[in-house]
Design a binder for this molecule. Sequence first.
Ligand SMILES: [Zn+2]
Length: 156
Amino acid sequence: MMSEMRRVTAIRNGTVIDHIPSGRAMQVIRILRIDTSRATPVSLVMNVPSDKLGRKDVLKIEDRELSREELDRLALIAPNASIAIIRNHSVAEKMVVELTEDLVNIATCTFSNCITKNDREPLPQRLRIFSHDPLEIRCYYCGKVQEIDELIENIL
Ligand SMILES: [Zn+2]
């Protein structure tokens, strides 16, 4: 009975994002800039028991395949996510998310006095990963530690 309840409708074409940390699925929707007011059907399952994460969220997005650049963004909040691209009801491609050391033009620095806020001297937005576990992200220019929740607000 429980397994019946957890099952999500299979999709014909699109992307399945599995192993999202529990409670982060809405942030994934946001970081991928999925416009939920538009017609894209999105199924979201929260708090599914997982061997790897304890609890996880799973997201299914119809008629959309994630690009490499989107996977880099996703890595910020779901570094252990696994991605399946579905075509014609079957898994066409599997991808893993990888957090690169350098995050270029993914999000802007959260420090208001950062040099990157100076419009007269345009610089690429550049954040660096200092530690994976626990995750520590700093601005390449000012060195300020970036809070993930704040960073998500600053996604480009
Ligand atoms: Zn900065």
